[in-house]
Design a protein around this ligand. Structure first.
Ligand SMILES: Cc1ncc(COP(=O)(O)O)c(C=O)c1O
Length: 394
């Protein structure tokens, strides 16, 4: 154990079971630990480093902006914030943007927006229906929206106004809808829940139901947005448009930023109703603008589709080879491999020892969410390591 790991246990709150590696440097899809060991990174900062680690375009934008203007109050106009908002709007179906610092904070703001909408248009309706097995963040409100007992139980009582129903079941949403419902909030594909894909027509049916009832459809694209599924936004793959969408993770390719986006009809905040000291500051916006512009200009999303298909085919190949792999599922570069037994932790360690970082999304499943810029060669390398790791745990 390095000295850093001892110091961590002395000084840092124990909120996470860390992988015993201290990372000190990253470049592209690779990271290095404090002993100089190299790893291929299929975690990517938890689906964050869209352009890989320390991409020159992001690093340069950060350096230039750091020398120019880092932070001002949101009382003033700043150029990178407006440039980023324009780029997001021009490349999505939404009309307005609010910038936050994280995914949870974006979702929290989206629910506040939905409640204001309910006050304006739905006789004060305030309840939000979300899904079991979802993940929307760690604030108290988002813990209530997150349909997982393990995240809720330690923090009871939770804020009122959230109802969790079965994912991929339109009837469950219909039964939970009352005159008090102002919005349905869903991840298009559940990431933390285990990469759970809905049926192709589920989101269309939810859209129809929201339209019928005049409720907002909030899509939490914190994990699926910015190309991860092979389109810039996941909603594009399901033939619908949300009223409100949240983003974070991949948006800044590593810098902490989140966004609420809304149709003009749903963008009902007026001055003073929402805000953030750091949200949308020039430093993070310059980096996110540079990252998003690079992603759009270089068809990084096309790469996700191509390499994602290749990764899926290779993982399917491993499934043919190992009977204990029960399923490979996902879209683009958000993919999970599930096993008969709870071997996720030993597989993670076996991969780590061989130089591959993966995520154990469930006791019996691994998740792969590499940078969006990886190529087939890196997939081959990862599959080679995973193959050895799988044969070591049989
Ligand atoms: C779909 C989704 N929403 C929200 C969040 C929370 O984002 P953050 O950790 O930036 O608050 C996550 C994080 O994993 C997520 O996957």
């Amino acid at each position: 154990m390095s000295n850093w790991q001892e110091l961590e246990s002395k000084y840092f709150m124990h909120t996470v079971e860390r992988v015993p590696v201290t990372l000190v440097r990253g470049k592209g899809a690779r990271v290095w630990d404090d002993e100089g060991r190299e790893y291929l990174d299929f975690v990517a900062g938890w689906a964050v480093n869209s352009l890989g680690h320390s991409h020159p375009v992001v690093a340069q934008a950060l350096a230039e902006q750091a020398r120019t203007l880092i932070q001002t109050s949101n009382q003033f106009y700043t150029v990178p914030q407006i440039q980023l908002a324009e780029l997001l709007v021009q490349n999505s179906c939404l009309d307005k943007v609010f910038l936050s610092n994280s995914g949870a904070e974006a979702n929290e703001g989206a629910v506040k927006l939905a409640r204001r909408y309910g006050q304006h248009h739905l006789n004060g309706a305030y309840e939000v229906i979300s899904a079991l097995n979802s993940f929307h963040g760690r604030t108290l409100g988002m813990v209530a929206a997150t349909g997982q007992v393990k995240h809720q139980k330690p923090y009871l009582p939770l804020p009122a106004g959230f109802i969790n129903v079965e994912f991929n079941n339109i009837e469950a949403i219909k039964s939970a809808t009352t005159a008090k419902t102002c919005a349905v909030m869903l991840e298009p594909v559940q990431g933390e829940g285990g990469v759970n894909l809905p049926d192709d027509n589920y989101l269309a049916k939810v859209r129809e139901w929201c339209d019928e009832k005049g409720m907002l459809l909030i899509l939490d694209e914190v994990q699926t947005g910015i190309g991860r599924l092979g389109t810039l936004f996941a909603y594009e793959q399901y033939g619908i448009e949300p009223d409100v969408m949240t983003l974070a993770k991949g948006l800044g390719s590593g810098v902490p930023i989140g966004a609420i986006m809304a149709k003009d009809s749903a963008a009902v905040f007026v001055p003073g109703e929402h805000g953030s000291t750091f949200g949308g500051n020039p430093l993070v916006c310059a980096a996110a603008y540079a990252a998003l512009k690079f992603i759009i200009d270089n068809d990084v999303v096309g790469n996700v589709r191509k390499v994602g298909q290749y990764l899926m085919a290779k993982l399917e190949g491993l499934k043919q080879k190992y009977q204990f792999i029960t399923e490979v599922r996902g879209r683009g570069l958000l993919v999970a491999m599930e096993f008969k037994d709870d071997i996720g932790a030993s597989l993670l360690t076996a991969c780590l020892e061989r130089g591959l970082l993966v995520n154990r999304v469930k006791p019996n499943a691994l998740r792969f969410m590499p940078p969006l810029i990886i190529g087939n060669g890196e997939v081959d390398e990862a599959i080679g390591i995973l193959d050895k790791a799988l044969s070591s745990v049989v």
